[in-house]
Design a protein around this ligand. Sequence first.
Ligand SMILES: *[C@@H]1O[C@H](CO)[C@@H](O)[C@H](O)[C@H]1NC(C)=O
Ligand SMILES: *[C@@H]1O[C@H](CO)[C@@H](O)[C@H](O)[C@H]1NC(C)=O
Ligand SMILES: *[C@@H]1O[C@H](CO)[C@@H](O)[C@H](O)[C@H]1NC(C)=O
Length: 339
Amino acid sequence: MRICGLSIILFLVLVLVLVQHSEELSSSHPLHGVVDKVNENAGPYLGLVMAIPAEVDVLQSSGLFIPNSDLPLVDLSGRIFNIGSIRGVDVIYVMCGQRRLNAGITVQILLDVFDISGIVHYGIAGSANDSLSFGDVSVPKYVAFTGSWTWSKFTSENSQFTKLRFGTYNLPEEGENLLANIEFKPEEFYSVGKPMEKVFWLAVDLQWFDIASQLQDLELQRCVNETYCLPKTPKVEYGLRGSTADIFVDNAAYRKFLFKEFNVSTVDEESAAIIMTAMSTGVPCIVFRGVSDLAGGDDKLSSMSLSSLAASNALYVAIEFIELIGNKRLTLTSKRALN
Ligand SMILES: *[C@@H]1O[C@H](CO)[C@@H](O)[C@H](O)[C@H]1NC(C)=O
Ligand SMILES: *[C@@H]1O[C@H](CO)[C@@H](O)[C@H](O)[C@H]1NC(C)=O
Ligand SMILES: *[C@@H]1O[C@H](CO)[C@@H](O)[C@H](O)[C@H]1NC(C)=O
């Protein structure tokens, strides 16, 4: 009996070890051999994820990413995984595309197929906080998914969660409205070895977040071109809250609502999905978002000309972080979610 029990334990340990080393495609996949080579040649890699071409452009024009000369890229499900290094740290970067589904799928492929020690996400965002302006880079501690709602009946009264009442926004004055109200719902969070939890605020990796505090005094870019510079030098803001939804926010009233009800400083369409996907697998993740617009707030500057500045400031902070992490050679840490 004892021997039998022991061999079962040994068997389980072996299975666990095998499972942990199974980042690879099935043996029948045409790119199976290529992916194996990527994982054998170098790594573990940091996964660097961005959502849109303007965010890729700033990385490419920085010249900081050195592609692997043997195997510079792998195309999986239409996502291009670029293999290489940044300042001596092995990195795979990938543009996930916009919004939650694209972000989640791409990060899941990255984690399942390659040997990844953590996810660094950078990009642009709208600011919902009047103290956070163009070019500032937010390193949020918490990000919520604010696009999951119960759309309540006109007559419904009580609710457990924060509500947005449409009648409040009637013109010329507040009143009732048949759209009634929406109630914000938490996400269902699934993770290794745990039952499903309902989570509203997703936390970035707290150890990585602490390390990123060293980046608060970085000097960010202030000038869009030779003739136009922002009135104030942008800064790194550390520990604010962000929100993600499959919604492009360009509305002053909703912007104000998000700030007032949730203390949300930045809005975007991917961060929460990226954090959640990484956390499910227990891989650390951090987010850097540069302010390119005011999400519908008073906005005299054209956001087009500022998205490149915002993306390049966010990239700059992300690169400095990659260098810090690379030097520390930190390994996997456990993840935490807050309700
Ligand atoms: C808004 O941003 C400023 C930094 O620019 C920060 O000090 C403040 O705490 C933020 N407000 C909230 C509610 O997070
Ligand atoms: C927002 O921040 C204020 C001031 O720090 C705090 O009193 C309030 O509880 C926060 N609200 C939420 C929903 O986090
Ligand atoms: C510099 O940027 C400003 C603000 O976007 C723009 O109005 C101006 O045309 C630009 N100037 C040049 C020389 O590109």
